[in-house]
Design a protein around this ligand. Structure first.
Ligand code: HEM
Length: 252
């Protein structure tokens, strides 16, 4: 029995299960609860929010944590151990490849600074996300010598890392204070509500192209950084459309 194949496919199975858990709740918060919550009066909110949100956020944040951990394990097994990340694996990992792998996991700090400052405006963050993704894809391809599967999964890993960071270090800390204020019948801090809301929205935008990037081994027609950048644009535009639709879905 091929033990490595068994271990990889079991980790991939867990990765998909916790990924569905995480992203499923992300879509619940952004496309269902965001339209439902304003329909509650203060008394109802005081009863419902402290019971519903901590339970949903528990599975949400641990889903995020285990998706990231199993994702890194899959990168190590499928892309680094086999050198599948490289267009010319026989040449081995050079400086540029190692630099761009580091950029994949450190970009989150540049994102956190830029998107809470100069790129805070939703229009600016929309276009900066697309142009920034295109530049990173170009560097993965032309500077680091990544294969198509290599640069597609690393853009996905970069999005997934930013999304997991947002959950654990921006959304969850803010939500704990927001839920406590609502439980105490106080108005939650507007800046915390705005921060949690904008980071959750960023995660929703990134999640749709991310799912294409995660399954991109099946899409060899897209093996070009420009094509993948266009897919990111199409993904963001689709999320725009779904937000507009979600605001119009009526209750009974
Ligand atoms: C919302 C977060 C994520 C979701 C929903 C998700 C979903 C998926 C899915 C469905 C696959 C299976 C693709 C296939 O077998 O065809 C996959 C594969 C993979 N994911 Fe993720 N993923 C997420 C985040 C991450 C992160 C953060 C990383 C890395 C840090 C990562 C690394 C990988 C790797 C390396 C594979 C294997 C791809 C291959 O075989 O070519 N994922 N992911």
């Amino acid at each position: 029995m091929d033990v490595m194949n068994m271990v990889e496919s079991l980790i991939r199975w867990i990765h998909v299960i916790v990924g569905v858990l995480w992203v499923g709740l992300l879509y619940f918060f952004n496309w269902v609860n965001s339209a439902f919550a304003p329909t509650m009066d203060a008394e109802t909110k005081k009863k419902v929010v402290p019971e519903l949100m901590p339970r949903a956020l528990y599975w949400f944040r641990w889903g995020a944590a285990f998706t990231w951990i199993t994702g890194v394990l899959l990168l190590l097994m499928v892309y680094y151990h086999t050198k599948l990340v490289l267009a010319a694996p026989e040449q081995g990992f050079g400086g540029p490849a190692l630099i761009m792998i580091a950029v994949t996991f450190l970009m989150v700090f540049a994102y956190d600074f830029l998107f809470s400052g100069p790129l805070k405006n939703p229009q600016a963050s929309f276009w900066a996300g697309i142009v920034g993704s295109g530049v990173v894809l170009f560097l993965f391809d032309a500077f680091a010598g990544f294969s198509f599967r290599g640069y597609a999964i690393h853009l996905g890993a970069m999005y997934g890392t930013i999304m997991a960071f947002n959950v654990w270090f921006r959304i969850w800390p803010a939500q704990q204070k927001i839920i406590t204020a609502i439980k105490n019948g106080e108005a939650p801090d507007g800046a915390l509500v705005a921060l949690a809301g904008s980071r959750s929205k960023h995660n929703t935008y990134m999640s749709v192209p991310l799912l294409f990037l995660m399954t991109s081994q099946h899409a060899t027609w897209a093996a070009n950084p420009i094509t993948v950048t266009i897919i990111v644009l199409v993904g963001f535009a689709l999320v725009n459309h779904i937000y507009a639709r979600a605001a119009k879905v009526p209750g009974f």
